[in-house]
Design a protein around this ligand. Structure first.
Ligand code: MN
Ligand code: MN
Length: 322
């Protein structure tokens, strides 16, 4: 099978079924090395809902993308075999059941030495993905781009929602808090003590002011200490300013520009990333032109462009067929 986007000169980009970048839809884990997995779940949302419609709209907007990225000289569909894996069939009103379904699907992907790119859905989906990742790779470093640290303890008695995943991930030993960097943090909080957990566990917090005033090279410098070892990347679209990304659950003013967001993703080149998610795109709140979903599609594409050639960082083991 040819794991490249449909040829835009044979089939115009607005035509055919909108898989991600009009790649083949496939679950043939023997044939691919990278799977784009939709997780249309928003049952962990605390404010504006609607991220269950994220994967579909991101696929739709991704039709515009072209296969060559001149800024970084990347041809990701030559260096990798990428498929749109389809969606996890989530349990819409049951977060624990959904978590089990997500973990099972991501575990299957990882067991075949395939890299999972998860498209949310609200941010609560990162926890079951990390459960599967840590079972395979052990505790990983976390690069977390978001307006919020998502390390609260609970909400109305619920331990699982889109503001608690990274506290749970530390408690469960899925991530190494000393190798965790939260990037783009801003906005009002309930209290100064909202930062206690990060301080107690040695998590690094880069507030938006650091990104804006010291720039992308400063962030690159801070990421250097994660070069050794495996890292998981979680990109909450609300890291980006609502002027560029209004379609999200809990917008915070004064955020990244879309150019800064693209530049941050490009910094991942050279790191050993074992998974990536893009979450919190809520199409019902999106602006004209579906700009949030369009940006999300671009950020996933930019991540694909950071990946090493297959066989370099991601050797595919031939499995015995009996
Ligand atoms: Mn957020
Ligand atoms: Mn978040």
């Amino acid at each position: 099978m040819d794991f490249t986007p449909r040829d835009a000169f044979a089939s115009p980009r607005f035509a055919q079924v909108a898989t991600f970048m009009r790649l083949p839809q496939s679950r043939d884990l023997e044939a691919i090395d990278t799977a784009i997995l939709g997780i249309p779940f928003d049952g962990g949302t605390s404010y504006r809902p609607g991220t269950r419609f994220g994967p579909r709209e991101i696929r739709n907007q991704s039709s515009l993308l072209r296969p060559y990225n001149p800024a970084v000289k990347a041809l990701p569909f030559v260096t990798r075999r990428v498929a749109d894996y389809g969606d996890v069939d989530v349990a819409p009103v049951n977060i624990e059941k959904t978590y089990a379904l997500i973990e099972g699907e991501v575990a299957r992907i990882l067991a075949a030495h395939v890299l999972p790119i998860s498209v949310g859905g609200d941010h609560s989906i990162s926890l079951p993905v990390l459960r599967a990742v840590a079972k395979r790779h052990g505790p990983v470093a976390l690069i977390h781009i978001d307006a919020h640290c998502d390390t609260w303890d609970q909400y109305f008695g619920g331990k699982y929602f889109h503001g608690t995943m990274f506290r749970r991930a530390v408690e469960e030993g899925l991530i190494d808090p000393r190798r965790t960097i939260h990037i783009g943090i801003r906005g009002s909080l309930y209290a100064e003590s909202d930062f206690d957990f990060q301080k107690e566990h040695g998590m690094e917090v880069l507030p938006i002011g650091d990104v804006k005033e010291r720039g992308i090279p400063y962030v690159a410098e801070r990421l250097k200490r994660l070069k050794r070892g495996k890292a998981y990347v979680s990109f909450d679209i609300d890291a980006v300013d609502p002027a560029y990304a209004p379609g999200t659950g809990t917008p915070e003013v004064g955020g990244l520009t879309s150019h800064e967001a693209v530049s941050l993703v490009r910094l991942l080149a050279g790191l050993t990333t074992v998974g990536f998610d893009l979450v919190e795109v809520s199409p019902p709140y999106d602006g004209p032109g579906q700009i949030t979903a369009l940006l999300a599609a671009n950020l996933i594409y930019e991540y694909l462009c950071t990946l090493p050639k297959r066989a370099e960082g991601n050797p595919k083991k031939k499995q015995r067929v009996s």
